[in-house]
Design a protein around this ligand. Structure first.
Ligand code: ADP
Ligand code: LRH
Length: 459
């Protein structure tokens, strides 16, 4: 029988289908299909181009050839509504759309129920914004993006747990929908399908099993962090940097709430205790505005720019929406008008390293956990300058890679469900360590310059 599995991994900037082959105790990867993920603004609303993504998924699965099973993950919080006939009601709205502006402020604090960082786009706030619409009125079910794609592939309905944990409507303690909260908010209980867990069979696509994985991309990425033991922090670094720790139980203290730390559901009952840091999004937006110049040469030039001259607070929501990113950065950093592109890139990367350092430090304190190494996975692991700056800022070694951690985590959960990988996260991580390219960055400098830059930002 084939020992190959297909991972469908949709990130905010691109999608891919990756075939993983488990043989002779090893794992080899083949990215068989990549496709862009380009949001579309129509009627004043920013949407995901969900049909184009679905086409990319199906094309990728055809290229993948025969596999034992298929797993799907994507970014979190966004959803489609379907009617009683199963038809999609409108294009899913992008979490960066302005429809949720001001909504979170009107809703009572939910931290003790869902344990989530208050982000304006959490599903619960999107649903409250959508409530007055005709689509909401006739909606039968809410399907998170990977659940919607799985429904189109298999006809089966459900809500995968790790992604459901990002909605704000799941009880962080019971790991089930919080029905009292849902009714208190005036939302329809019927919208939310039964919860399913990573490893469960969803259904079949043209005869091939579709298996639930950590369908929140960050949950799959954390599975593939090549860590040993528990004394590590992770940064899943792509469009966002998700910075935090893996814990056995949520931290719901007032200090944790005030610091805006989230407790998302992980694979195997773990808690992903982390903060959403703005990530490489500001860089992506600048590159888009600049007509996609060559990134490696720009990073090389940024490496020559003096360190920490211009920094901004990347946790500031002013950087959340798309468009005019360079202008927003120039204003926030008070950049001189002559500042060139490498200087802007350097400002982004220094600021990102600072924000990542802050999140690692706060997570350690709030969870009372010793940390001796930072694992950085995702596309950001290709950015050598960022990896080195993160090591310097944190004063800790950074182990960078794998780049395709999310797809690997997706594949590992499928292979485990098929009995090819032993139980436990440790076994999966050992396989990642043994088979994937990981680069070590040792911290340089005393950290004094980073302390001073953090003090300048007042953080
Ligand atoms: P997402 O899943 O959120 O779409 P990825 O994990 O695919 O994000 O990471 C995308 C990011 O990786 C890009 O925004 C870019 O900054 C970075 N990246 C990709 N290729 C390179 C490269 N060759 N050198 C440096 N950084 C890169
Ligand atoms: C990263 C991610 C993150 C969410 C955001 C919406 O892709 O899933 O974990 O908070 O997208």
């Amino acid at each position: 029988m084939s020992q190959s599995f297909a991972a469908v991994d949709l990130g905010a900037s691109s999608g891919r289908v990756v075939v993983g082959r488990f043989e002779n105790g090893g794992l080899s990867l083949d990215v068989v299909h990549r496709f862009p993920n380009e949001p579309v603004r129509v009627g004043g609303t920013l949407h995901w181009d969900i049909l184009s993504l679905y086409r990319g998924v199906v094309e990728g699965l055809r290229k993948a050839g025969p596999v034992r099973s298929i797993g799907i993950d994507s970014w979190a919080v966004d959803y489609g509504l379907i009617d009683a006939s199963g038809a999609l009601l409108g294009n899913p709205v992008h979490y960066r759309d302005a429809r949720t502006d001001g909504v979170a402020e009107r809703v009572k604090d939910l931290y003790q129920v869902c344990g989530l960082q208050k982000l304006p786009f959490n599903t619960v706030y999107q649903l409250i914004a959508a409530e007055p619409t005709p689509q909401y009125a006739v909606a039968e079910r809410l399907l998170m993006i990977p659940d919607l794609l799985a429904y189109w592939l298999t006809g089966e309905i459900g809500a995968e747990y790790t992604n459901a944990s990002t909605t704000g409507l799941l009880d962080v303690r019971t790991r089930e929908w919080s029905w009292p909260l849902i009714s208190e908010l005036g939302l329809r209980e019927k919208l939310l399908p039964p919860v399913r867990h990573p490893g469960e069979l969803i259904g079949h696509f043209e005869g091939t099993p579709v298996v639930a994985v950590g369908s929140h991309d960050t949950a799959s990425a954390v599975v593939a962090v090549p860590a040993e033991g528990t004394g590590f922090a992770y940064i899943s670094c792509g469009t966002w940097s998700l910075v935090g720790l893996e814990l056995d139980a949520p931290v719901l203290s007032e200090a944790s709430r005030a610091a805006n730390f989230t407790n998302e559901g992980g694979v195997d009952g773990t808690i992903r205790y982390l903060r959403n840091v703005m990530g490489l999004w500001p860089l992506q937006e600048c590159l888009r505005e600049w007509g996609s110049p060559d990134l490696p040469s720009l990073l090389a030039a940024a490496g020559e720019v003096p360190a920490l001259e211009y920094v901004v607070d990347l946790d500031d929501p002013v950087f959340l929406p798309p468009g005019d990113m360079e202008a927003r950065l120039r204003k926030a950093a008070d950049l001189p008008s002559g500042a060139d592109r490498p200087t802007i890139v350097r400002c982004i990367l220094d600021s990102l390293a600072l924000a990542q350092r802050r999140a690692v430090r706060e997570a350690r304190e709030l969870a009372d956990r010793e940390v001796s190494v930072v694992h950085l996975v995702g596309g950001g692991a290709l950015n050598e300058l960022l990896c080195q700056l993160t090591a310097d800022a944190c004063g800790l070694p950074v182990l960078a890679g794998p780049v395709e951690a999310t797809a690997i985590g997706n594949l590992l959960v499928q292979a485990r469900a098929a009995g090819l990988v032993p139980p436990g996260l440790d076994a999966m991580r050992a396989l990642v360590r043994e088979t994937q390219h990981i680069v070590r960055y040792a911290p340089a400098g005393s950290g004094g310059a980073w302390d001073a830059a953090a003090a300048r930002l007042g953080r």
